[in-house]
Design a protein around this ligand. Structure first.
Ligand code: F6P
Length: 342
């Protein structure tokens, strides 16, 4: 029997509630554990702000988007000053394990706390799918589904008006959502952050389509995509107060450029947080549930400093240290398969 704390940190993502529910089910029902949920990510641990999670508390949340615990972005360097406080609260609360669910920043913070001696089992999440040591993160399938549906819908209006629609999807550092939704919807060009684009090449690709008699074009672009140096004037946007990229809108800038170059009407469409909201797909619910189950198992077996990961069809544990080493980017051979990645 253990006392386990769970928290969700960083940008939210469909499937977080499914993990929380799974942790409570596996812990309470199968092991007789006591589970507490910290509010708003690491902030809850630092401020000792939490609530008990019993079966009633997680009733009906499997299909719900967002997180019942709330989330916030606390950077690891902020947490560093709070390590002593976190340790004190873990001791006061008599916690035997902490399960933080989060993306890159959260897992870095998890590693920091783990290195300081706290019993941590991480669960990876991000719609961006850019965590190296797991084949897939939950949230990605949902985001790709939302983006694909939007692209399908945008095709019909683009065709009616003979326009170029430049659709900006999420993906700060990686183009997984752009690539998968673009492939699924048959986009005519896909622009990813991994490979800075050449505006002449993009103009050519879209121009050839019109020259071949087609009446419209759909370009999918990841929000973090940038032009090749010297290719076009570009406002990168800078950083926000938290040190995060503040994008100036690659779709907006591309639509102006392509309209002028092609002599065709172009419009930017920014999908934004709609990709992160709402109910998770069945795939994401299953993956999230399996992660939660295995995180509790890992805690009971004393496998701390680890993170759950999908490898093939199995759930494995990988060291937190390995998890945050570098981001999983779209490999160049995938561009070829999509046929229209710049
Ligand atoms: O990391 C997930 C993500 O959705 C990115 O794709 C996106 O750039 C970022 O979070 C947006 O963050 P925020 O919700 O803080 O605007």
């Amino acid at each position: 029997v253990m006392r386990i704390g769970v928290l969700t940190s960083g940008g939210d993502c469909p499937g977080l509630n499914a993990v929380i529910r799974s942790v409570v089910h596996r812990g309470v029902v199968d092991h007789g554990d006591e589970i507490i949920g910290f509010h708003d990510g690491w902030k809850g641990l630092l401020e000792c702000d939490y609530r008990a999670l019993d079966l009633d508390a997680v009733n009906g949340i499997l299909a719900r988007g967002g997180t019942i615990l709330g989330s916030s972005r606390v950077r690891p360097e902020h947490l560093r000053d709070g390590v002593a406080r976190a340790k004190e609260h873990v001791a006061d609360l008599g916690l035997d394990a902490i399960i933080p669910i989060g993306g890159e920043g959260t897992l870095k913070a998890a590693r920091l706390l783990s290195d300081s001696g706290l019993p941590i089992v991480g669960v990876p999440k991000t719609i961006d799918n850019d965590i190296t040591s797991t084949d897939v993160t939950f949230g990605f399938d949902t985001a790709v589904g939302v983006a694909t549906e939007a692209l399908d819908r945008l095709k019909t209006t683009a065709e009616s008006h003979q326009r170029v629609l430049i659709v900006e999807v999420m993906g700060r550092h990686t183009g997984w959502i752009a690539l998968h939704s673009g492939m699924a919807a048959g986009a005519h060009a896909i622009v990813v952050p991994e490979r800075p684009f050449d505006i002449d090449e993009l103009t050519d690709l879209v121009g050839k389509r019109f020259a071949a008699g087609k009446k419209f074009a759909i370009v999918v672009v990841a929000e973090g995509a940038k032009p090749r140096e010297g290719s076009m004037e570009f406002d990168e946007g800078g950083k926000d107060v938290y040190g995060h990229e503040r994008f100036a809108g690659v779709a907006r800038q591309l639509s102006i450029e392509l309209e002028e170059r092609l002599g065709k009407e172009a419009r930017p469409v920014i999908l934004g947080h709609v990709q992160r909201g709402g109910t998770p797909t069945a795939y994401d619910r299953v993956l999230a549930t399996r992660f939660g189950w295995h995180a509790v198992e890992a805690a009971h077996q004393g496998h701390f400093g680890m993170m759950t990961a999908l490898r093939g069809t199995d759930i494995r544990l990988v060291p937190l240290a390995e998890a945050v080493e570098h981001l999983k980017t779209v490999p160049a051979e995938r561009y070829v398969e999509a046929e229209c990645v710049l």
